[in-house]
Design a protein. Structure first.
Ligand code: ARG
Length: 463
């Protein structure tokens, strides 16, 4: 017995594990984070074993009491994690046996660490997905409130980052809201595939004990037991899917971040980010840096990276469980932490954003943003669109030369380019006229922004 390094599986070994290999193959340093789910899964497994008569009720009670005490011990920071015991599962099981004696050794009946770890990760990811869903909703709530406040605020809308047409700031914010609604749905959808129970698959083939998987699934609030034991212990597609949903969310957040960074610059000066979300420079006293959006933009890198780590980890793995899968945890944990951190920072920051309405307005006026409105006006007066395009192009060239925007030109000046232009042209050349005219579902009119906010509020309250 003396040459065993591990009480749980040392029986067939003739020499102790190499000290480096023991450390190299251990996962306890990071998977101890799953202790709560590990205990939760074990309690359900023990209850099920008692229900089917594999454990006595007294044994089951002892196990549950022991696990409860271990949980308290871990949460108080008094638990001694041992690398020699490899992972969270064997650490807790060994502690249980130490605490309640021989009965502790019966807990693993009809179970393997393979179905155990797959269950733990799914329980963990389900809880974290729920927290992420709540944070997305909180961010969306902030966007709705801001969009409503800024429904009438006019800013330049861009294509190619060149001033294109005036839009309302509320409309722009509601574009962000839409992106997040899809992200929310992706996480909801992913959760359905997370919420399937591997327990009962045991090592790979199932177990000879008369287990009741539906009962265990019900106790753990899984929607169903996994349909195939080989698949249940091996695949991590649900984690990959979670990272894919996270990558898309982060991609959206980088777009928001990029705009905030631009808008907070002296060159745009469209928004004020509250000081508490910024930091200064140690050398340039005037600096106020938009750290939060910059960092969120940067953090997308690690989330995309984790998605690729997991895809590569899973690629070409033969059925069923392989040790490769132990490498799923760190990328997954870091994805969860990163997504939660980014969402929290944004959800806190968005309600405190201040729009500089006058600056936005000035910028919209400066860029000939109502040129399309003038073309549409000419079309309404019977000019063919291509000719109208040409007329407006000439007007813009004149404006560039004289330093005047379309709305600042006298009627006579405009009439040089087309005789059909009358005094009513100024109704369409104003920013308000331009945005209000786009008054259909999905359009930028303030009226439509308020409707979209209303629809958004209903969506959030239906969640
Ligand atoms: N620590 C392992 C993991 O994270 C647990 C499962 C190990 N199973 C095994 N047969 N070695 O995947």
């Amino acid at each position: 017995m003396s040459n065993k390094t591990n009480q749980q599986w040392g029986g067939r070994f003739s020499e102790p594990t190499d000290a480096f290999v023991a450390r190299f193959t251990a996962s306890v340093d990071f998977d101890k984070r799953l202790y709560k789910q590990d205990i939760q899964g074990s309690v359900a497994h023990a209850r099920m074993l008692a229900k089917v008569g594999v454990l006595t009720q007294a044994e089951c009670d002892d196990i549950i009491r022991g696990l409860g005490e271990i949980r308290v011990q871990i949460e108080r920071g008094e638990f001694e994690w041992s690398v020699a015991l490899e992972d969270v599962h064997m650490n807790i099981e060994a502690a249980l046996t130490q605490r309640i004696g021989i009965t502790g050794k019966k807990l693993h009946t009809g179970r393997s660490r393979n179905d155990q770890v797959a269950t733990d990760i799914r329980l963990y990811l389900r809880d974290e997905t729920d927290l992420i869903l709540d944070e997305i909703s909180r961010l969306q709530q902030g966007l709705l409130d801001l969009a409503e406040r800024e429904a009438d605020t006019v800013m330049p809308g861009f294509t190619h980052l060149q001033t294109a047409q005036p839009v309302t700031f509320g409309h722009h914010l509601m574009a962000w809201f839409e992106m997040l609604s899809r992200d929310y749905e992706r996480f909801v959808d992913c959760r359905k595939r997370i919420n399937i129970m591997p327990l009962g698959a045991a090592a790979l083939a199932g177990t000879t004990y008369p287990i009741d998987r539906h009962y265990t699934a019900e106790l753990l609030q899984f929607s169903a037991p996994a349909g195939n034991s080989l698949d249940a212990v091996s695949d991590r597609d649900f984690a990959i899917e979670f990272c894919a949903a996270s990558s898309l969310l982060l991609m959206h957040m980088t777009r928001m971040s990029e705009e905030l960074v631009l808008w907070a610059s002296a060159q745009f000066n469209f928004v004020n980010l509250p000081d508490r979300f910024c930091t200064g420079s140690s050398i340039m006293p005037q600096k106020k840096n938009p750290d939060v959006p910059e960092l969120v933009r940067g953090k997308s890198g690690r989330v995309y990276g984790h998605l690729f780590s997991l895809l590569t980890l899973m690629k070409s793995q033969p059925l069923a469980y392989n040790k490769d899968n132990q490498e799923d945890k760190e990328p997954l944990f870091d994805t969860v932490d990163t997504v939660k951190g980014c969402l929290r920072a944004f959800a806190d920051m968005v309600p405190a954003l201040e729009a500089k309405k006058e600056v936005m307005r000035e910028a919209a006026i400066r860029g000939f943003s109502t040129a399309t409105d003038l073309a549409d006006y000419l079309v309404r007066k019977g000019v063919a669109f291509r000719d109208a395009h040409e007329i407006v192009g000439l007007s813009v060239a004149y404006g560039i030369k004289t330093g005047k925007d379309l709305g600042q030109m006298a009627l006579e000046e405009l009439r040089q380019f087309s005789e059909v232009i009358d005094a009513d042209v100024f109704d369409v050349l104003t920013l308000e006229g331009s945005v209000s005219a786009r008054d259909h579902i999905g359009g930028t009119a303030p009226n439509q922004v308020r409707k979209a906010v209303e629809v958004g509020r209903q969506l959030l309250s239906s969640r």
